[in-house]
Design a protein around this ligand. Structure first.
Ligand code: C2E
Ligand code: MG
Ligand code: MG
Ligand code: MG
Length: 288
């Protein structure tokens, strides 16, 4: 009867919740240990110049394999790190590792690191960025800080001042996952940033309805008016790249078509295969 079914469902739900809570507890402890022991890894994904196809930049993406549970997605462990406060050490490690790798790569390729809104809850972030640059002897113009649109909207005015400070030192700031938050075009001019990263969901939208190209094209035109560089994320096929390059004005492309996230030395190999990054300037200065 219906009642018994209900009870059964509740039981299944309870068990599922219990399992999830146990996993979370295990991951939480494991993550702190992994950061302490230096067993987190970083994969890098290239961003290529739309005009020339040269790799211009690489994004550092955290990778973690739990000793018992296997690979864990950043979509799962980054929010945990934010909840526990472990994100601060994770970010410092990412900054230092990314700057060190970038300094070792051939040519003048840039590197980007994802920051969380939580990284701005103390005022040490600027010091951490400076230290990472100094340790690696990397020019600030080769580091990009990525902050999601949603995180950017949460940030208070003093944090926005910190971002302005970061930019004044020559480090560029990218607005990540654009289009997944409020997407209110009217606030864009109030946010201090250099690079607009248009989320993969727009590419998916174009796949299902080519009329979406007009939306994409409108966004990039606005970005041009605001003198921002434009990246489109999540390009997986040559057909999509052809369509986008024909109809949309953007500077850099990122996606499986150009390379999956890879090991740091594979980035070096890839850059060498291209004979460098194509110019002494880097791709993000394409706005002119
Ligand atoms: P994100 O910063 O927007 O990074 C892009 C994500 O899209 C990456 O997923 C990348 O592997 C994936 N991707 C790139 N090209 C394609 C494509 O053509 N098709 C598809 N289907 N996916 C593509 P990943 O590595 O799983 O990272 C997910 C998110 O986790 C990142 O999104 C970022 O927000 C966060 N994250 C990763 N590493 C860090 C980190 O070190 N710190 C912080 N705060 N967040 C991080
Ligand atoms: Mg990113
Ligand atoms: Mg993104
Ligand atoms: Mg994303």
């Amino acid at each position: 009867c219906a009642k018994r079914d209900d009870r059964k469902q509740i039981q299944v739900f309870d068990e599922e919740m219990k399992r999830q809570m146990e996993r979370t507890a295990v991951l939480r402890d494991g993550l702190v240990a992994a950061i302490d022991q230096g067993t987190l890894e970083s994969a890098f994904q290239v961003l290529v110049d739309v005009e020339t196809g040269f790799p211009k930049s690489a994004e550092a993406l955290a990778r973690w394999t739990h000793p018992e549970l296997g690979p864990v997605s950043p979509a799962e462990f980054i929010p945990l790190a934010e909840q526990t406060g472990a994100i601060r050490d994770l970010t410092i490690w990412q900054l230092e590792n990314a700057c060190r790798c970038c300094a070792e790569w051939p040519g003048d390729i840039s590197v980007s690191v994802n920051l969380s809104a939580k990284d701005f809850s103390s005022d040490t972030i600027i010091g951490s960025i400076e230290k990472a640059l100094q340790q690696a002897a990397l020019d600030p113009s080769r580091l990009i800080i990525e902050i999601t649109e949603t995180a950017m909207l949460e940030l208070r005015t003093d944090v926005l001042a910190a971002i302005t400070e970061i930019r004044s030192r020559g480090v560029r700031v990218a607005l990540d996952d654009f289009g997944t938050g409020y997407s209110s075009l009217s606030y864009l001019h109030k946010i201090p940033f250099d690079i607009l990263k248009i989320d993969r969901s727009f590419v998916e939208a174009v796949e299902s309805d080519p009329r979406q190209l007009q939306v994409l094209s409108g966004i990039t035109q606005l970005a041009r008016l605001l003198e921002k560089s434009v990246v489109i994320e999540g390009i997986e096929t040559q057909e999509m790249m052809d369509l986008l390059s024909e109809r949309v004005d953007f500077d850099l492309a990122q996606g499986y078509l150009f390379g999956r996230p890879m090991r740091e030395r594979d980035i070096a190999t890839l850059v060498s295969a291209f004979g460098g990054t194509g110019s002494r300037k880097n791709g993000f200065s394409a706005v002119a």
